[in-house]
Structures are given as structure tokens and as C-alpha cells.
Design a protein around this ligand. Structure first.
Ligand SMILES: Cc1cc2nc3c(=O)[nH]c(=O)nc-3n(C[C@H](O)[C@H](O)[C@H](O)COP(=O)(O)O)c2cc1C
Ligand code: SF4
Ligand code: SF4
Length: 295
């Protein structure tokens, strides 16, 4: 229904430093808000004049100066008028409705074969794009895996865990595993059940997902984990708002961290130079939960 893998088109790849900012004097109220909110001190204030651009090369393209200006006096070359929208405060969720969404969000693993509508995925990817990123660098990309790619991912992850447990749970190794890796030792029965489910055609590591979203960022980028996981959470809450299941695939993350980067990139069809930092199983649940328990 949708391409095997696609990336949310960035509205603006934050590499452009040659920005231009101008202020229309007839609209400016001299409120100085644009100067106050700029996190990079790009704008300068001189009494009696409109704000001036003083350090264009420092601009991180966050758009705060444009968004805070009540009269639309400030023009920024990265944000032409068609890209700037009024905030519809009447559409914002109340604290109560947002809290209820957070209560309702569960890792609902009852995923069916029904495909996830493209419109839902589009909303999730848009939500991911609006997550904060360090210095607004927006390096996160989301790759969507489906069908054969998910089966291959499941196979690779299962083989990793089965191989690992074969070695660590072999009779002579067991006492050592129990002492040094108690968490893994405790998971051994669960792994045996995973194996049964996998052999009967299920995908226990990927939760029978219809799609797996892979959140990646360039290798060596300092805030890769943070940015990817913030984007993940935005997408997750949007899925919940659509009553679509999303499950964080920690086992997949754990297994693939031990594999060569190039092999992982090919397996996941990642953008060049990217490393995965979060995985989400997505699908239509068989049923919803009528209750939530307190935390
Ligand atoms: C991992 C991470 C680290 C950040 N560190 C800082 C920081 O040290 N100081 C700061 O003022 N903003 C920090 N930010 C905020 C970003 O600069 C901000 O999210 C980005 O410019 C986009 O602006 P927005 O959040 O208003 O959309 C950080 C954001 C992230 C995700
Ligand atoms: S926010 Fe707008 S109105 Fe206020 S000083 Fe800046 S350009 Fe002028
Ligand atoms: S886009 Fe952000 S960093 Fe650039 S001038 Fe405006 S407020 Fe400052």
C-alpha cells in the first residue's frame, strides 16, 4: 500500500546557514520579543529601530523569532509565509484529555493482520518531525519496514538470541551464566517460548507488527539517542490517539547492537551513515483496554 521504506521529507534540512532576516518597519511594534526568544542571539536591538540581524551564521533555524511575532513583521528566508501557521489553541487537548491519552497508552501487543492506514503513518511521521532536537539539527530519519523486511529482521534477531542462549545455557556454562548474567538466565524460559512462537510462524521479537519504524541518526552524532527517542515518543502518542498499537522493540535494539554497522544498515535499509536508535512495532490491535492501572 505504501513504499517499502520512506523518510519524512524534512521541511528544512538544518544545514543552511546563509539566512536572511528582515523586519517590515510599518508592522513592527518594537516589542523586542523576537530578540528575547532567539536562542542563538542572532538578532540585535537598538532603541528606536527595528530588530537587526547581527549573526546570520549562528541561526539554528528554530523559527522562534517568526512564530513569536504577533504582527508578522519579521520575515525569515527559511520560513516563507506559506510555511507559517496560526496555532489553533481551540484545538489543543485539555490537560485532562492529554492525561487520559497517557493513561490509555499501552504497549498493546494484540496486533492483527489489518494494514495500518497510510494516513495514520503520515500523522505519526509528522508528529515525529515536530519533536525537539538538539540545536534543532533535525537529523532523525524514520525508515518504515514492512512484509519480508520484518520477517528478515525477526529471523536475524531470533537467531542472535537462540545462538547466545545455546552458548550461555549449555550445561557447563549455566552456573557461570546464572552468577554473571542473572537477567539473561531468568529470561531463558521466555526465550524457549519465543522459539516455539517463531517456529509456528509468529514474530515474537517484532510483536507481529504490520510495520516497524526505525528511528535513526548519523553515526557519531552526540544526541542521536535523545533525538531519536523523543521523535519516537511523539509518534507513539500520535498512534495512540488513532487507537493504533505501538510497542518499543528493545530486544531488536539489543540484538542489532552486537552486529556490524554495515550489515544492520542493509538489513534496515537505513540512510547512508545512519545508525538505529529506536524501533517501534506498529499495527492494528485486536481490542482496546477498557481500564488502566495506577503507576
Ligand atoms: C537532546 C537535546 C538537547 C538540548 N539541549 C539544549 C540546551 O542545552 N539548551 C537549550 O537552550 N536548548 C536545548 N535543547 C532544545 C533545542 O534547542 C530545541 O528543541 C530546538 O531548537 C527546537 O526548538 P523547539 O523545541 O522550540 O521546537 C535541546 C534539545 C534536545 C532534544
Ligand atoms: S516580535 Fe515582531 S513586532 Fe516585536 S520587535 Fe520583533 S519584529 Fe517587531
Ligand atoms: S530562527 Fe531561531 S535562531 Fe534563527 S534568528 Fe530566529 S529565533 Fe534566532
Amino acid at each position: 500500500m505504501f513504499p517499502k521504506s520512506f523518510y519524512p521529507p524534512p521541511l528544512f534540512m538544518n544545514t543552511e546557514r546563509n539566512v536572511n532576516i528582515s523586519v517590515e518597519p510599518s508592522l513592527c511594534r518594537h516589542c523586542q520579543r523576537c530578540v528575547q526568544v532567539c536562542p542563538a542571539s542572532v538578532l540585535a536591538w537598538t532603541s528606536g529601530r527595528v530588530p537587526q540581524m547581527r549573526a546570520a551564521g549562528q541561526c539554528i533555524g528554530c523559527g522562534h523569532c517568526v512564530d513569536v511575532c504577533e504582527t508578522g513583521a519579521l520575515r525569515h528566508s527559511l520560513f516563507p509565509p506559506g510555511c507559517v501557521h496560526e496555532v489553533r489553541r481551540d484545538l489543543l487537548p485539555s490537560p485532562e484529555s492529554l492525561m487520559e491519552l497517557l493513561h490509555a497508552r499501552r504497549s498493546n501487543r494484540t496486533i492483527t493482520d489489518c494494514p495500518v492506514p497510510r494516513a495514520v503513518l503520515d500523522d505519526m511521521l509528522e508528529a515525529a518531525r515536530y519533536a525537539p532536537t538538539a540545536e534543532n539539527t533535525r537529523r532523525v530519519r524514520v525508515t518504515v519496514l514492512e512484509g519480508a523486511r520484518i520477517h528478515e529482521l525477526e529471523r536475524v534477531v531470533m537467531r542472535f538470541f537462540l545462538g547466545l542462549s545455546r552458548v550461555l545455557m549449555a550445561r557447563p556454562m549455566r552456573p557461570l551464566t546464572r552468577m554473571l548474567l542473572p537477567d539473561l538466565y531468568a529470561e531463558a524460559p521466555e526465550l524457549a517460548r519465543f522459539r516455539e512462537r517463531w517456529e509456528s510462524g509468529e514474530s515474537p521479537c517484532c510483536c507481529n507488527a504490520s510495520c516497524v519504524l526505525v528511528f535513526s541518526a548519523p553515526a557519531g552524532y552526540d544526541f542521536a539517542w535523545q533525538d531519536c527517542n523523543l521523535a519516537y515518543q511523539n509518534a507513539s502518542l500520535m498512534a495512540e490517539a488513532h487507537q493504533v498499537s505501538q510497542v518499543y522493540l528493545g530486544l531488536v535494539q539489543m540484538a542489532l547492537r552486537f552486529m556490524p554497522r554495515g550489515k544492520v544498515a542493509r538489513l534496515l535499509n537505513l540512510p547512508k551513515g545512519h545508525v538505529p536508535r529506536a524501533y517501534m512495532a506498529v499495527g492494528i490491535p485486536r481490542f482496546l483496554y477498557p481500564r488502566y492501572t495506577e503507576r
